[in-house]
Each structure stands twice: as structure tokens, then as C-alpha cells.
Design a protein around this ligand. Sequence first.
Ligand SMILES: Nc1ncnc2c1ncn2[C@@H]1O[C@H](COP(=O)(O)OP(=O)(O)OP(=O)(O)O)[C@@H](O)[C@H]1O
Ligand SMILES: [Mg+2]
Length: 402
Amino acid sequence: MTLSVENNQQKPLTLLIAEDNPVDTRLLESMLKNMAHIVKDLDTAGTVSEALQFIGQKSYDAIILDLNLPDSAGIDTVTQISRIAPELPIVVNTGANEEEMGLKAVAAGAEDFLVKGMYTAYILSKTIYYAIERKRIEAELKSAYTALQEAQEHLIEAEKMKVVGGLATGIAHEVKNPLSTILYGVTYLSDHVKSDNKNFDTVVNNIREATQRADNIIMDLLDFAALKEVETKLVNINDLIDKSLSLISFQFEKKLIKIKKEYTKNLPNISVDSNRIDQVILNVLLNAEHAIDKNGAIVIKTFASTMAEAKNTCGTFDGRNTDNSQAVVIIQIQDDGCGIEADKLKHIFEPFFTTKRAKGGVGLGLSVVKNIMDRHDAFISAKNNDTTGATISLIFKASEDQ
Ligand SMILES: Nc1ncnc2c1ncn2[C@@H]1O[C@H](COP(=O)(O)OP(=O)(O)OP(=O)(O)O)[C@@H](O)[C@H]1O
Ligand SMILES: [Mg+2]
């Protein structure tokens, strides 16, 4: 971000004076009113609470603030104003011999200070403009700093994923072959060896199941790391969800979970690799199912929106740099299950993060999902519902070819 220093000196200002001494007020008013090309609008408050009322009703470019008002004294006067209006530039108007107080006011958040009786109309206007400019630059610096911090967090996150991904694939490749040998061996034993021991079949089956599970994890890991390109074609998102649902609806019926579809008809098509997005939807649906004990409901919504709306309503996701006017199609999968603890929300897309280890969770589902969404230049976000449960949003850019 570049910092631009605009020439504010051209723009007529809307100003607020907070001053209880009538002589000082009149002096300030007459100086400012004489600068008709500078001051567009001028209001005067005699107390801090009156000043706060003005601020609540109107937008000011700056306030000229006496520190000692009937309802507030000293630095507290600055703090009261800046707490309610943190963006408002404050020029403190201190009494003679109160320069030290003026400096303290600047340390407490005022932009500058004037000493009564010591300034001319020229210095007054210059101080106000400088204060406005300083506040603007401060705001730009703050937002540049926040953007930098976010970018840094993302870089660290991306680097972490790369390291974990690399490590995981290395291990996966090494473990894959021995696992195949075990699986082959177990199948051979059960086909060719007959035993009188009644536990024999159970033991062999246990080994087969455990090995199969390990093999599935390895395949997921390889999937996670190997996914480079996707083969996309235009699809209707509602049809795609129905296809995924048909694969697991029996699981919902078993747990008495109701599925409510709230699809928007005639949505713009999206350009995706259907098999991969199928995998995404299945994973998210399965997580929703796991979060529900029994007798719950999952609502699946589809709708068209914009990136700006998605940023406002779907919780945090890393689409910050995408143009706000970008048209998107959103799938929301909302459950009434246990929800996600606030401190865990930002970890759920990390490989091996799971709160279901005891129940067989591996923690790869959402990292594979995130990876697939990244490859589609699409986004995923999670947030807790106001009442109970969580909502996962899948945000796809609407395709330009329809
Ligand atoms: N709908 C949801 N409600 C509550 N928690 C959720 C939901 N979706 C995801 N989570 C949380 O995110 C964690 C990570 O999900 P992820 O799918 O990556 O792994 P998992 O489901 O634990 O294991 P698996 O690898 O089998 O998918 C879960 O363990 C759970 O704590
Ligand atoms: Mg999962």
C-alpha cells in the first residue's frame, strides 16, 4: 500500500468547537468564520456531553477541544472524545502556561495543541489541516500494518502446510508399500489357511480392517499433497449436491437427521472438477453428521451473491484480495450440532487437526477440502451459528462462460 499525502488545504471543513469560556469561543468562532474559504460549517458545544451529542449526529473533520469543561477535566476530556470518535482529529486548545498539558494531550491521542492567546488565524488553520492530515496518515498506517500482519500470518500458514505436506507425502510413500504387503498377506492367509482356533477369523479380520484404515489415511495424505491440477467443466451446483447427497443419505436416515434443501433455482453455473467438489461436499456433510448426536437437522442452502456480501456474512476466509464486486455462488451447510469452540475455529483446516481422535477422526478431511477449494480458486469458511451448531460456506466464483 502506498501512502498518499493529499492536499487537504483546498477542502472546506466542518468543525466542532468544545469550549465553555464565552470569550475564547467568540474568538475562535470569529477567526474561523473569517476564513470562509476554509470553514464550511461550524458548531459549538459548551460541555463534553454536548460535544458527544453533536458528534453522534454529524460528521466533523476536526474538533477544537478545551481540556477543562464543566463536565470533564484534563486528559480525560481527550479520552472521552477519542473513545467515542476514534477517527476524529482532535486539536486541543489549552490555557496559557499549560504547554505541558498540551503535550500530554498529544500523548493521549490528540493530534496537536494550541495555546490560547498565542496563535493567529493562519496558525489555527494550519494546525487544523495538519491534524487532519496526521490522522489520515495514521489511519492508513494502521490499515497497512493490519494488512501486513494478515499477509505474514498467511505466509506462515502456507509455509507450515508446505512442510507438513512434504513430510506427510514422504512418510506416505514409504508406508504405502509395506501396507500393501500386509493387506495382500492377510487376504492370502484368510483364503489359504484354515484353523481350528475360533479366534483366528476375528484376528485376521481385525488386521485387515486396521490395515485398510491405515491405507485410507495414506491415500488421503497422498491426495492432499498430490493434487496439483483440476479438470473443470461447467456444472449446476444444485445437481452436484444432490448427487453427493444420494451417496450418503442412508447415513442421515440411520441417525434420524433431517436434510432440508433450500436451493436457489437458476443459479449461474460454476466451473469445477465435479469429482473433487463431490469429495468436498461429502466431507463437509460427514462432519456435520458427526457434530450431531441424533435427531438433528442439516440445512443446505445455495444462492448467488457477491464477494463483498460473502466477506460480511460467511466468517473469515482468505479471499481478502478478491474484488468485492466479484459474483459468487455459495453453498452453505448448516447443522445444529455441537458447534466449533472459538479457539479451535482457525485450526480446523490444518492437516491432522481433529477433536474426534478417540472416535477415529484423523483430521485430514478439511485439509483435503481446503486444498481442493484452493485449486479451484474458491474459498471455504466456517462459523458458529447464533444459536447452536456450525455453518460451513463454500464460495465459488461464478463462471464467466455460462
Ligand atoms: N460441522 C462441524 N461441527 C463441529 N465441528 C466441526 C464441524 N466441521 C468440522 N469440525 C471440527 O473440525 C475438525 C477437523 O475436521 P476434519 O474433517 O479435518 O477432520 P475430522 O473430521 O476430525 O477427521 P477426518 O479426517 O475423518 O475427516 C473436526 O475434528 C471438528 O472438531
Ligand atoms: Mg472430517
